[in-house]
Design a protein around this ligand. Structure first.
Ligand code: GLC
Ligand code: CA
Length: 545
C-alpha cells in the first residue's frame, strides 16, 4: 500500500463459516485442511482479509459461538498444527487473518462455568453473573433472543445471566480476573500472528451494576441494527453500557502494541450515536463496527444516496464506515433481490466503491441462495427455540429465525455435493446448477464471481477507491445514483441505474471508462445506462479542480 492510511481502513473482509466452506475428510463438516486447499481460489478472487467464524473447542450447540476452550482447535475442524499452517499459508499469500472472539459468554460446558456452577464459594463463581431470586428472576432483563436472560440453577439456588441463549452464560467483566484472562487469550492468538478480532455481541459485555429493571418500550421486533428496543423493553441496563464503550478503548490499547497492527471490528447494534461511542470520540475505541443498514436495503437510488451522505456526515474520516450485505445470521441478499444478478452487481459495486470497508460473506460471490429448511427441522438453536413458528409466518413478519438457511455449504463445482464434501453434508446442499458454482462462473466474463473479482481488483489498483474522500453527485435522474471518490492524484466516478428504464446522461467531461456492467456505455457526449447497470469512470487529470 502506497499511502499512509492504516491497512485495516483500506482492506476488505471476507467471512468464512468453517462448517460450510470445504470438507477434507468426508465427515460432511468443513475443516481447516479444507480451507487450506481453497486458499489459492480465494486469493484468485481477490480476498484480502479473511474473518473466520469460530473454530475453537465447542460443544457446537451454537456452532462455535459457544466456546469451551479459547486456545484449542475443535477436533472436528483439525489440529493446532493445521491452524498454524493455515495462518502461515494465508500470510504467505499476502492475505490477513481475523478471528472471531466471543468475549461476552462461554459455553455452559466451559470448565470455568462448570466450576463456577459447582458452589457459591468456588473461586470461579465470580467469573459469571450470579444473583439471588426468590422463585422469581432477579429483574426483568430480556435477552437478545427474546426470553428472560436469567436462568435458574437448582444446585446453588441462584440465577445466572445470559444475554443470548441459556447455554451461553455471560462472563462477568466487573471481575478483573475475567479481563486478565481474556486479554491473555487475545495475546495467545496475537502471538500467533492474527491480524485482528471480530468481537461477538460486544454491545452486551457490561451489564448494569445495580441490576435495575429495564423501562418499557412499545417496540417488539428487533432489527439487525437495533436490539436496544425490542420485546417491549428498552434495554438500557443490559446493552450498550458506558462501561462497554470504555472497555472498547481498553481492548484497543491492549492489542495495539503488536507489530502486525491488529484491529478490532465489533458486532454492536444501535443508533449511530451508539456505534460512534464504540468507535470512541477520539477514534480510539473499536477500529471498526459492522454497519448493517444494507441488510435491509430498499432497492432504489435514494436509499443508497442517503446512506452515503449519512455516513459521510456521521462517520467522516478518520472514522471508517463498513458496508455489510450479509453474514451467518442474516438472510442472503441475493434472495432479497429475487435472485436478480443484475441488481446484485449494482449493490456490490456500491459496496466496493464507497468509502469504507466492504464485508463479504462466503458464497455471496456466486449468488449462493438461501435454503428452505423449516424452523421445525432447524439445527440452529434459534430455530429450535421457535420450532413451532411456520417458516412462511416468520418470513411474512420479516424476522429471520432459522439461520441454517444462510449457512449452506459453498458450491465449488457441479460434482456431487458441489465439491464441498465426499460424505454426507451436515446441511443439505440443495439443487446444484453449474452456473451457480465457482467453477461455472470463474471463466464467464459476465458472471457475478467475475464482477466481484473486478471489484477487488479496482480497489487494489486505485488508492483513491480505498482512501479517497466521497461526494455524492446530483444527476437529474431519480433512479441514478452517482458519487465521486477523490484524492490528490485521482478522481473516480460511479454511476448506477436502479431503475427499470434505460437512462441517458449527458456527459461532456473527460473520463475514461474503467469498468461497465449490465450493458452500460460511454460515448463521446453521453453515458448510456440500461436498467440495473452501472459504470466506473476515471475522471482524468483535466477534471481536477
Ligand atoms: C452473534 C453471532 C451469532 C451467535 C451470537 C451468540 O450474534 O453472530 O451467530 O449466535 O452472537 O454468540
Ligand atoms: Ca471435515
Amino acid at each position: 500500500m502506497e499511502n499512509k492510511m492504516e491497512w485495516w481502513r483500506q482492506t476488505s473482509i471476507y467471512q468464512i463459516y468453517p462448517w460450510s466452506f470445504q470438507d477434507s475428510n468426508g465427515d460432511g463438516i468443513g475443516d481447516l485442511q479444507g480451507i487450506l486447499s481453497r486458499l489459492d481460489e480465494i486469493k484468485d478472487l481477490g480476498v484480502e482479509t479473511i474473518w473466520f467464524s469460530p473454530f475453537y473447542v465447542s460443544p457446537g450447540e451454537d456452532f462455535g459461538y459457544d466456546i469451551a476452550d479459547y486456545t484449542k482447535i475443535d477436533p472436528r475442524f483439525g489440529t493446532m498444527a493445521d491452524c498454524d499452517r493455515l495462518f502461515k499459508e494465508i500470510h504467505k499469500r499476502k492475505m490477513r487473518v481475523v478471528l472471531d472472539m466471543v468475549m461476552n459468554h462461554t459455553s455452559d460446558k466451559h470448565p470455568w462455568f462448570i466450576e463456577s456452577k459447582s458452589s457459591k464459594t468456588n473461586p470461579k463463581r465470580d467469573f459469571y453473573i450470579w444473583r439471588k431470586g426468590t422463585n422469581k428472576a432477579p429483574n426483568n432483563w430480556i435477552s437478545m433472543v427474546g426470553k428472560s436472560g436469567w436462568n435458574y440453577d437448582s444446585q446453588t439456588k441462584e440465577y445466572y445471566y445470559s444475554n443470548f441463549l441459556s447455554f451461553q452464560p455471560d462472563l462477568n467483566y466487573r471481575n478483573p480476573k475475567v479481563k486478565q484472562t481474556m486479554f491473555a487469550v487475545l495475546d495467545f492468538w496475537l502471538k500467533k500472528g492474527v491480524d485482528g478480532f471480530r468481537l461477538d455481541i460486544f454491545n452486551s459485555i457490561f451489564k448494569d451494576e445495580r441490576f435495575l429493571d429495564n423501562p418499557f418500550s412499545f417496540r417488539f421486533f428487533p432489527t439487525p441494527d437495533n436490539h436496544d428496543e425490542a420485546f417491549f423493553q428498552k434495554k438500557q441496563y443490559n446493552l450498550n453500557l458506558p462501561e462497554s464503550f470504555s472497555f472498547a478503548k481498553e481492548v484497543r490499547k491492549h492489542i495495539s502494541k503488536y507489530k502486525q497492527k491488529p484491529f478490532l471490528i465489533g458486532e454492536v447494534s444501535g443508533s449511530d450515536l451508539v456505534l460512534k461511542s464504540f468507535l470512541g470520540e477520539k477514534v480510539d475505541g473499536l477500529n471498526l463496527v459492522f454497519q448493517f443498514e444494507l441488510i435491509h436495503f430498499s432497492y432504489n437510488a435514494k436509499f443508497f444516496k442517503d446512506l452515503l451522505e449519512k455516513n459521510e456526515k456521521v462517520f467522516p474520516s478518520p472514522y471508517t464506515p463498513t458496508y455489510v450485505l450479509g453474514n451467518h445470521d442474516q438472510r442472503r441478499y441475493i434472495d432479497r433481490l429475487g435472485g436478480d444478478i443484475r441488481k446484485a452487481k449494482l449493490l456490490v459495486c456500491f459496496q466496493f466503491m464507497a468509502r469504507g470497508v466492504p464485508v463479504v460473506y462466503y458464497g455471496e460471490e456466486i449468488g449462493r441462495k438461501e435454503g428452505r429448511i423449516s424452523n421445525f427441522f432447524g439445527k440452529d438453536p434459534i430455530a429450535k427455540l421457535n420450532r413451532f413458528v411456520p417458516l412462511f409466518l416468520s418470513n411474512l413478519l420479516g424476522i429471520y429465525i432459522n439461520r441454517d438457511n444462510c449457512r449452506l455449504p459453498m458450491l465449488w463445482d457441479d460434482s456431487n455435493n458441489g465439491g464441498f464434501t465426499n460424505g454426507k453434508s451436515w446441511l443439505p446442499i440443495g439443487v446444484i446448477q453449474k452456473e451457480e458454482t465457482v467453477s461455472g462462473q470463474k471463466n464467464e466474463p459476465d458472471s457475478l464471481w467475475k464482477h466481484y473479482q473486478t471489484m477487488f481488483l479496482l480497489r487494489k489498483k486505485w488508492d483513491v477507491i480505498r482512501v479517497g474522500s466521497l461526494q455524492t453527485i446530483s444527476t437529474d435522474k431519480k433512479n441514478v445514483l452517482s458519487f465521486q471518490r477523490s484524492d490528490k492524484k485521482n478522481k473516480i466516478r460511479v454511476y448506477l441505474n436502479f431503475g427499470n428504464n434505460p437512462e441517458q446522461i449527458g456527459f461532456k467531461e473527460k473520463g475514461k471508462l474503467l469498468y461497465s456492467f449490465g450493458g452500460s456505455e460511454k460515448t463521446e457526449n453521453e453515458l448510456f445506462l440500461p436498467p440495473h447497470s452501472g459504470l466506473v469512470l476515471e475522471m482524468g487529470l483535466s477534471s481536477k479542480q
